[in-house]
Design a protein. Sequence first.
Length: 218
Amino acid sequence: MSTITTQAGRAVKNSRLRLGGARGESHDNQSHDNQSHNNESHNTVGGAAAARARTRTARITPRALWALVALLLLAAAALGATRGREAYTAYRTDQAHAEAVAAARQLAVNFVTVDFQQVDKDTARVRAGATGTFLESYTTSVEELKKVIVQNKTVSRAERTEAALVSGDLDSAVALVGVVAPTTNTSVPDGEKKTYRMRLELRKVSDAWKVENLEFVG
């Protein structure tokens, strides 16, 4: 009787242990499943949020696109206008320099070209290309100069010229001009070649370049 009771008690105990173990395992499995489900749900929600964020970031509305295009066009237009102004200014400056050098060359030629038989015409041509200080000094001395030319029967013609710009802008310039001029007079009837080197300061008066100062240089 005692042995039977003991065996029955053991059986009951073992059954309880197995039942408790099964319940614990079931609970652990359920907790693990719940955690896995929560993790999957969290990952799904997080991935969806990230996808929406990327979509919002990458999405460009038509208004934003037109604004970007307009901004690029304005920038291109501003750059083109700046370069256009610079090119036009450079063109005007180069043109002004070329005109100033040409005027300096012509004035130097006029200055050394004289003929005692038409001295009034020659000196008038020099005055027409002069201004400022040079015009004043030449006008003051021209009558005496004409007397010397006539008395010596001087004839002078420019044979070769060279001219170069020293400096300048749109309305003023400095140029160097060299002139070779065969010359005859009563002292040298057979003629001789004279070489002149002049430094001319020019100024634009209205639409014409004129010499405002002339000096001989060595």
